[in-house]
Write a protein that binds this ligand. Structure first.
Ligand SMILES: [Zn+2]
Length: 384
């Protein structure tokens, strides 16, 4: 068995403000972490910091946390929005050099659909729900301008020194507000209606699905009817999304088209990528996967984001070229330490070659001990 790759995710400011070399001395030397996954493009974040660094509450409106190399975006209508935090710094270069000195792998994480303020600055590229309302957070990956931008981004990042991989999160075509709890009125919708409200019906989706012979107008009307029924009478359907799709051909076709479209986006990005490309996918249960997941035969590894260790076995049964596991802070902090050790060793038994644990800046020092134990224990398993 190959040796387990053990990554810790981190925001760049947590590394920079504490001193990258000092953090890596501990993570690599004392804890046994083999690599870092650093966010280089993210939505807005407000973070209370665990360690005694200034500012104690870090705020960013989001964007990219590095200086883009402009040559990759000359032909794209949408340009990267640089976080103001980056001004006067070279965080990515600094982190990449420190990782190389410590013989640690560096991956960068970037949100594909929800980076920074793109959806607000380029509202014509934003996802739209069935009522024609633009998302404030997500751009549509079916939009050719968005795809050109992402290709440039992947090309830009993967051509830099010491970057071993790019992990894309939010590889989705969706109006994400429907799946967040801060939308008032969303409680009137049930578990089948919410993903329907999250379905994107922007002009790009309409055009491309129509070109693929899908009756998008019929699909749109049927989604409106289902949602309006629920909103009018507070009566949510007791049918699952699968059941709704099974007797609604246009809608089922539209979902099938969307899966193919996501696969084609990932395929194009893999072609532009000069290092390893990975997809970060939340594990949401067996039912909801098939409607949103790109084709598992794609040339990209999958990192399954597990919110609960209970779903481990079924999460890993999904076919992927190479699976890794991403574990939330909640599995590490406080009394959960022993659970982390058993989850990681079970994952290794199931064929996992890497784990990624969230997130250095949110983990107190006491949480580093179970991480060290989990890595040691799993290594013992792999070397047997
Ligand atoms: Zn769309």
């Amino acid at each position: 068995m190959p040796m387990l790759r053990a990554f810790l995710t981190a925001y760049p400011w947590d590394l920079i403000d504490e001193g990258v070399a000092a953090v890596l001395d501990r993570l690599h030397g004392e804890i046994g972490v083999t690599g870092l996954s650093v966010w280089v493009g993210a939505p807005p974040i407000v973070q209370l910091r665990v360690r005694d660094v200034r500012p104690r509450v870090f705020r960013t409106r989001g964007g990219v946390f590095f200086h883009p190399n402009e040559q990759h975006y000359t032909g794209t209508r949408c340009k990267p929005i640089i976080s103001t935090w980056v001004r006067g710094r070279e965080p990515l270069k600094h982190i990449a050099e420190a990782c190389a000195e410590h013989a640690m792998e560096l991956r960068v994480i970037v949100s594909a659909a929800m980076t920074g303020r793109l959806a607000q600055r380029y509202s014509e590229m934003a996802c739209k729900n069935v009522f024609g309302v633009e998302s404030h957070t997500a751009v549509c990956l079916a939009n050719p301008d968005v795809r050109a931008y992402l290709s440039g981004l992947v090309c830009d990042l993967s051509g830099r020194d010491n970057i071993a991989g790019i992990t894309l999160t939010d590889v989705e075509i969706a109006w994400p507000e429907a799946l967040q709890n801060d939308l008032h009125g969303i409680e009137l919708l049930g578990q089948t209606e919410k993903p329907l409200l999250a379905t994107c019906f922007c002009e790009s989706c309409h055009q491309r699905a129509t070109a693929a012979q899908v009756d998008v107008d019929m699909a749109r009307r049927s989604v409106q009817v289902i949602l309006q029924k629920s909103l009018d009478a507070g009566l949510v359907t007791d049918r699952t999304l699968d059941a709704v799709l099974s007797d609604n051909v246009p809608l089922a076709e539209y979902y099938r088209w969307r899966t193919e479209e996501l696969s084609s986006v990932v395929g194009c990005l893999a072609d532009s990528c000069k290092c390893e490309l990975l997809l970060d996918r939340p594990f949401a249960g067996a039912d909801s996967r098939q409607h949103t997941d790109p084709d598992p035969s794609l040339p990209a590894a999958v990192i399954t984001r597990l919110d609960h260790p209970d779903g481990l076995d079924s999460a890993l049964s999904s076919v992927a070229r190479r699976n890794e596991l991403r574990l939330p802070e909640g599995l590490v902090i406080g009394a959960h330490g022993p659970k982390l050790v058993s989850t990681v060793s079970r994952a290794v038994e199931l064929g996992i070659t890497g784990v990624e644990i969230d997130n250095y800046g949110l983990l107190p020092d006491t949480a580093l001990t179970p991480i060290k134990q989990a890595i040691r224990f799993a290594r013992r398993t792999t070397s047997e």
